[in-house]
Design a protein around this ligand. Structure first.
Ligand code: NAI
Length: 255
């Protein structure tokens, strides 16, 4: 089981305040890593910190807007100053907004690309510079089933997630020489506040997803943590450039 231990490692998790990021932060902390939990809402982060610390883990709160380059640099600099290294980065922050492609508002399109795609590169680049010096590191990007399959009404979301899969491959190849591994997790529908918002705009959505998913249900946020622990540490030491689909069989299913 030592392959899954993250003792002594330092991890940054973005969008950690709730949903998938929160579960991944808790999972990595349980495996032994110190977690720098980043998001915009300090209140959610402080609650998460108490939960992690109460469970015997350790964490540091750093508020951060992932669309703000200076803010990202600050988080990276503060983490290195305080802990001396960054071993794991989880690029999780993400948003969506539904509208038909013919009517999609350009400002909304750009905002979603900024949060879901540009921030993944900017955070990876700034952390990658630290990891290249260390000659070690693992970066995990949260992609989506929407990286390989069309989702109607979600044009910037699918575009951003498809691009995250390619950022993952390209950085993996460029940075293998620095012993930095870059992989992605692609969930299908997971019961988080983000999906709650989608449910509000589409009646029958949850039932339709359950019917389309071979496992007959949406995923839970806590079901994302195991793959993150696997990708973060030694258990996946020869894996890079890959996307793991956690989708209840969604992608395997044809008709
Ligand atoms: P969520 O809405 O529950 O949580 C997203 C987190 O990102 C929140 O903590 C939010 O504050 C943070 N965030 C948003 N914009 C930010 C910004 N500018 N700066 C810093 N933090 C920001 O969403 P959920 O469902 O947990 O999604 C997490 C990731 O998983 C996203 O990248 C999403 O696209 C992806 N995903 C989610 C799926 C789902 O069904 N819930 C399916 C596939 C992928």
């Amino acid at each position: 089981m030592d392959l899954f231990k993250l003792d002594g490692k330092v991890a940054i998790v973005t969008g950690a305040g709730r949903g998938i990021g929160r579960s991944i932060a808790k999972g990595l902390a349980e495996a032994g890593a110190h977690i720098v939990i980043c998001s915009r809402t300090e209140k959610e982060l402080l609650e998460l910190k108490s939960e992690i610390d109460d469970a015997g883990g350790s964490s540091t709160v750093m508020t951060c807007d992932v669309t703000d380059e200076e803010n990202i640099q600050q988080v990276v600099d503060d983490t290195v100053k305080e802990f001396g290294s960054i071993d794991i980065l989880v690029n999780n922050a993400g948003i969506t907004k539904k509208a038909p492609a013919l009517d999609y508002d350009l400002d909304d399109f750009k905002r979603i690309i900024d949060v879901n795609l540009t921030s993944v590169f900017v955070f990876a680049q700034k952390v990658g510079r630290v990891m290249a010096k260390q000659q070690s590191g693992s970066i995990i990007n949260i992609s989506s089933i929407a990286s390989v399959q069309a989702v109607t009404g979600s044009i910037p979301y699918t575009a951003s997630k498809g691009a995250v899969a390619m950022i993952t491959r390209t950085l993996a190849v460029e940075w293998a020489k620095y012993n930095i591994r870059v992989n992605a997790i692609a969930p299908a529908y997971i019961e988080t506040p983000l999906v709650e918002e989608v449910k509000k705009t589409r009646t029958g959505f949850a039932e339709a997803v359950a019917k389309r998913t071979p496992m007959g249900r949406m995923g839970r946020p806590d079901e994302m943590a195991g793959a993150a622990i696997f990708l973060a540490g030694e258990a996946s030491s020869y894996m890079t450039g890959e996307t793991l689909f956690l989708d209840g069989g969604w992608k395997a299913y044809g008709l």
